[in-house]
Design a binder for this molecule. Structure first.
Ligand SMILES: Cc1cc2nc3c(=O)[nH]c(=O)nc-3n(C[C@H](O)[C@H](O)[C@H](O)COP(=O)(O)O)c2cc1C
Length: 388
């Protein structure tokens, strides 16, 4: 018996020992090499970008090593980063056929705090878009505006809040494009209050307060002197602005419950793309933990999520658990090596995947999505239950 179980586990290890592909193999490299008119280290044609991972390949060709490292890096030995991708394989889809799917292409829009967007995904806040393109965040804002997509601008951007404001589109947005502004609290809180004022003055639709980085040395120092915990800082930020506040970096059902109880207007599940705390959970694991312990949260406030989302099916899986909108960080940073056109292409590719996969899944609208479209048995083996 003992030998049998050792043998079984060895076979399991052998079967599971698939090398992790840093950039998903979409066939792009084979195609480019075979075409005979592409040289390594040069930018492939935008036309050859057929899925979001392709942009990562392109960015790696042309970015300076240091800038590439900043976009791509992750914490520790990168288990959390890899898990953000590997986890999708633990959740199978359960397609339903003979359903009415004809109108899905007109029904992938969402509403957040009264603002309508054309798709259930958004550009997550990522610092230093200028490494990929001299126009940096301006490309992201403009492409989001033209595609009627939510752009969540990062505080640590290469362009200022005001510069980004200047390029906002006006056509389809009741006169003015609405973006959400991400902030970190500063050790010197007067800087934070100033950031909030600037966001308000430039018409931000919501504040996204990132809470998953207390390990940042500046904040650890600050915390030591002020003795404030993050919930107290949240209460202060709350009292300083009338804009909706979304807390970014929620990784447990406990924090999700506390955030809602303390009056957060939205919560944002994220492990920062695996960049912050090694072994922190992926968004689908956290969304499932919330679904099992406190499913009412998805009704009470909009739940956003990011980290490791690359395909239409990744988006649909999170939405089926009750997530309202899904963010992507690196893919848009990488697409920016093509400038505005690259961002537009990335947005359209993902919209198309959501529609195609949604049709094949058997939904006619995002409203049709529910957990029964997912096989969650594997995640269930590992979920934390509050009453245990
Ligand atoms: C280059 C880079 C810079 C980032 N900077 C910030 C930041 O300033 N503030 C923040 O809240 N999140 C930041 N993030 C995290 C993103 O908002 C997002 O959580 C993450 O990128 C999602 O994972 P993904 O890259 O796998 O899509 C950054 C991510 C990247 C890749």
């Amino acid at each position: 018996m003992k030998y049998l179980s050792i043998l079984t586990s060895l076979v399991g290890v052998a079967l599971g020992a698939r090398p992790f592909l840093d950039v998903a193999d979409t066939g792009l490299e084979d195609y480019l090499v075979g075409s005979g008119n592409w040289t390594e280290g040069t930018l492939p044609s935008l036309q050859d970008m057929r899925a979001l991972p392709d942009f990562e390949f392109s960015a790696k060709q042309v970015l300076a090593d240091e800038d590439w490292a900043f976009y791509r890096l992750a914490a520790g030995q990168e288990w959390g980063y890899r898990n953000n991708f590997d986890v999708w394989g633990k959740v199978q889809l359960r397609p339903r056929f003979m359903t009415n799917v004809v109108n899905l292409q007109d029904n992938i829009g969402i509403e957040l705090f009264g603002y309508n967007f054309s798709a259930p995904f958004f550009i997550a806040p990522a610092a230093q878009a200028g490494y990929a393109h001299p126009r940096g965040e301006l490309n992201l804002a403009e492409a989001a505006g033209d595609e009627n997509l939510l752009y969540n601008a990062a505080l640590f951007a290469t362009k200022t809040i005001e510069e980004i404001d200047e390029v906002k589109r006006g056509d389809t947005w009741n006169g003015r494009q609405v973006i959400f502004q991400q902030i970190y609290t500063n050790n010197n809180l007067s800087i934070t209050w100033n950031d909030l004022d600037r966001a308000k003055k430039t018409g931000a639709g919501a504040i996204v307060l990132t809470i998953d980085t207390p390990g940042n040395s500046v904040r650890v120092r600050g915390a030591r002197y002020s003795g404030q915990d993050y919930w107290e800082i949240f209460d202060e930020v709350r009292s300083r602005t009338d804009l909706p506040i979304i807390l970014k970096g929620i990784a447990t059902v406990q924090d999700a419950l506390e955030a809602v109880e303390r009056g957060a207007d939205g919560i944002y599940i994220s492990n920062h793309g695996g960049r912050q705390l090694e072994f922190s959970p992926s968004p689908i694991e956290v969304a499932y933990e919330i679904y099992r312990n406190a499913p009412e949260i998805f009704q009470k406030v909009p739940v956003l999520a990011d980290s490791g989302v690359r395909t239409g099916s990744d988006v649909l899986k999170l939405l089926a658990l009750g997530v309202k909108a899904v963010g992507l960080g690196r893919p848009f940073m990488f697409a920016n090596v093509y400038g505005y056109e690259g961002i537009i292409k990335a947005i359209r590719l993902l919209k198309n995947e959501i529609i195609q996969d949604g049709w094949n899944l058997g939904i006619g609208s995002l409203e049709d999505l529910e957990p029964s479209f997912l096989n969650l048995n594997t995640l269930a083996q590992n979920v934390n239950l509050l009453d245990n």
